[in-house]
Design a protein around this ligand. Structure first.
Ligand SMILES: CC(C)(COP(=O)(O)OP(=O)(O)OC[C@H]1O[C@@H](n2cnc3c(N)ncnc32)[C@H](O)[C@@H]1OP(=O)(O)O)[C@@H](O)C(=O)NCCC(=O)NCCS
Length: 183
């Protein structure tokens, strides 16, 4: 369970000390606007997800990571970068598939932080975990997230309906395409 580092960021595996950060981030409606039902999470929902993040690491040896600024005075998470087993099947995607995702504290939007974290965990998935492919899902109005998927080399796969009856766009990066990308 190693911490990934990039030029500006440290991405440690999820840890009990990040529960308060998850509560803070997920209570912000700007963060949850395009996640599932779009509603901010109450403490109970955040605590349940926090437990799932820790359990995913124990079960699979990879999972959600906190995004920390390496030059920050404190160690609070300013976001979340996720590699996780796809929670439900997507038509045309072979199982087991790994999903990639990201959230950043709105105070830090627009500085390339999500793209920097996404690039690091994309490479972790293909090198450390020998992923066959990566899958990412976003609601079509979430243009920033779609931009990140394209910037890290993902391609449009399908448009589906999510569990809350929401429109969801599916992007995929196959190992064969990743392996020939300039890095
Ligand atoms: C999506 C999110 C993680 C992006 O974080 P970020 O650190 O600001 O992203 P980056 O700075 O790396 O920018 C990503 C790209 O999106 C673009 N972008 C940012 N905000 C945008 C917006 N409102 N509309 C269109 N494009 C936008 C950026 O310009 C950049 O593309 P570019 O390099 O081609 O200019 C952030 O908005 C967020 O946390 N949203 C809430 C959680 C969420 O929806 N997560 C994704 C679920 S699928």
């Amino acid at each position: 369970m190693r911490t990934l580092t990039t030029t500006r960021l440290a991405l440690p595996p999820w840890h009990p000390r990040f529960e308060e950060d998850l509560c803070r981030l997920s209570a912000d409606p700007r963060v949850t606007r395009y996640l599932g039902d779009g509603r901010p999470w109450d403490r109970e929902r955040a605590a349940a997800r926090h437990g799932e993040f820790l359990a995913h690491w124990r079960e699979h040896g990879f999972g959600w990571r906190a995004i920390l600024l390496r030059d920050a005075a404190d160690e609070s998470a300013i976001g979340v970068a996720a590699l996780n087993r796809l929670p439900r099947p997507v038509p045309g995607i072979d199982e087991p598939a790994i999903e990639i995702g990201w959230w950043v504290d709105p105070r830090h939007w627009g500085k390339g932080i999500a793209t920097e974290a996404a690039t690091a965990i994309r490479d972790e998935a293909f090198t450390d975990h020998r992923a066959a492919r990566l899958v990412a899902l976003y609601q079509p109005a979430n243009h920033a997230s779609g931009n990140i998927m394209r910037k890290i080399g993902m391609r449009h796969h399908d448009d589906i309906t999510g569990p809350y009856d929401e429109d969801v766009r599916v992007y995929v990066l196959e190992r064969a395409n990743w392996s020939v990308m300039p890095r």
